[in-house]
Design a protein around this ligand. Structure first.
Ligand SMILES: [Zn+2]
Length: 453
């Protein structure tokens, strides 16, 4: 068992009264006698000291000197320190969701749309400065070519140029493309977006298609399932429930392996959709999960009224195909990242479902090291390549101090990350009690809202 200093116990007591003040201001923290899973390659460093100053990891080793004033967190040789996790496909835009993410060991999220102005210009900067508890947030602005879905509509190249300037002015990190953009508008975004520091990420665009999107520099394909709609199925041909021939997986792997391309697996999302079509009892089961009560009543209502259960498709065979494709991509060295779509798709919970996604990846045959890579090193490499402004995703000097302390080696059991002993986000440490206090605060706020579950 871990024993924390008396100083840390005081922190926990404070946490029960004011969760926004529970973390210590950034200073020096030393994790001592911890086993480190650095994730630069498949290895473990036993009985290490990891020194954190401010929001950075500054030293790792067996004999690192610990300043007398440092906050000490003693792992007694039985605790494991691995990088904080990343969910690279979220639709959360509330402080409450971000707190629940953090309580689950998620220290980075990429918002893939719905990141409206009040969130991007107020909540995100406060969270990223460490003033509000949550993961580091990267944001994207979703655009489409028609109003069929929910996008902000761009119809002409002039629209696209004006939009890029506005997105830049308003502080977004990425442009998320949706399915209905015209080739002319897409090409304008592909030229002007990266020039303004806003790389393109998102869906397959029907009139452009994934191979052309990757050739034009799109940095991220939002879900593995996009390969069905904009790669395997020829243009104009109706999508069917029959998966492509598995021999075609090699073509998808070759495309995804092109330099600069990243794929969000999002397997938990496709599995949730496949399981609920025609089965309202499956959605009822999602809503009965105890973890779902940390989600807002509005989102619970949205799950209850979502239209997936009324569809008639049978997606199990395609889900199996995607599992094989993702496994082949991992084995070929494609940069795969984990993502959940939470809470937009019924069954995908902020924070908790990132662990479900990791379990899906493991069930698809990826090694636990490959799985953990999708939520640590690969998201870090993706952001470093596309935004050039930060380093995270490894336990390594110079990297953002985003860390999860667990009671077992995650490379032996990924489930240990569901119940962290503590989480550090950008140098701010919260032990398990403080993380529970964050979740309790969220749940209590929904009870006080007197909105029925
Ligand atoms: Zn999404």
């Amino acid at each position: 068992m871990l024993r924390f200093t008396a100083f840390l116990s005081t922190v926990v007591l404070c946490a029960s009264t004011n969760v926004y003040a529970d973390a210590q201001p950034a200073k020096t923290t030393a994790f001592v006698h911890v086993n480190v899973v650095p994730m630069d390659r498949e290895r473990v460093l036993r009985d290490q000291t990891v020194l954190v100053q401010g929001d950075r990891i500054v030293a790792i080793g067996p004999n690192v000197e610990v300043p007398a004033a440092a906050q000490r967190i003693d792992g007694h040789g039985t605790a494991w320190l691995s990088p904080g996790l990343a969910d690279m496909h979220t639709h959360s835009q509330t402080k409450n969701d971000l707190a629940v993410y953090l309580a689950n060991g998620v220290t980075t999220v990429l918002n893939m749309g719905d990141s409206r102005a009040g969130f991007v210009d107020k909540v995100v900067p406060a969270v990223n400065r460490g003033e509000v508890p949550g993961p580091h947030v990267y944001t994207s602005f979703l655009v489409d070519g028609n109003t069929e879905y929910n996008g902000f509509v761009l119809r002409t190249p002039d629209d696209a140029r004006a939009f890029v300037r506005l997105a830049k002015t308003n502080g977004y990190d990425f442009i998320k493309v949706y399915v209905g953009l015209t080739p002319e508008v897409y090409s304008t975004l592909a030229q002007e977006g990266p020039r303004a520091g806003l790389p393109l990420i998102g869906h397959g665009v029907y009139a452009v298609r994934l191979d052309s999107q990757i050739a034009q520099g799109q940095a991220l394909i939002a879900h593995a399932e996009e390969f069905f709609y904009s790669f395997f199925t020829p243009p104009g041909v109706e999508e069917s429930d029959t998966p492509p021939d598995v021999k075609r997986i090699a073509d998808a792997v070759a495309l995804a392996k092109r330099p600069g391309a990243t794929v969000t697996a999002d397997l938990v999302t496709y599995a949730a959709i496949a399981h609920q079509i025609g089965h309202p009892e499956v959605v009822a089961g999602f809503l009965a999960r105890p973890e779902s009560y940390f989600m807002s009543p509005n989102d619970r209502l949205q799950w209850q009224t979502s239209g997936y259960v009324n569809k008639t498709a049978r997606l199990e065979a395609k889900l199996e195909f995607l599992r094989c494709m993702v496994k082949a991509m991992a084995d070929a060295g494609v940069e795969l990242v984990a993502g959940t779509d939470a809470p937009a798709v019924p069954g995908t919970l902020p924070g908790f479902s990132l662990h479900d996604d990791l379990a899906e990846l493991e069930a698809s045959g990826l090694s636990r090291y490959q799985v953990l890579t999708t939520a640590t090193r690969a998201p870090g490499a993706f952001i470093e390549r596309t935004k050039h402004n930060d380093r995270f995703g490894l336990v390594a000097t110079g990297y953002r101090a985003d860390l999860v302390l667990s009671s077992a080696n995650p490379l032996d059991s990924l489930a240990t990350l569901r119940k962290p002993l503590g989480v550090m986000a950008a140098g701010q440490w919260r032990d398990a009690a403080a993380l529970d206090a964050l979740k309790d605060h969220v749940r209590a706020s929904y009870r006080q809202a007197s909105v029925g579950y």
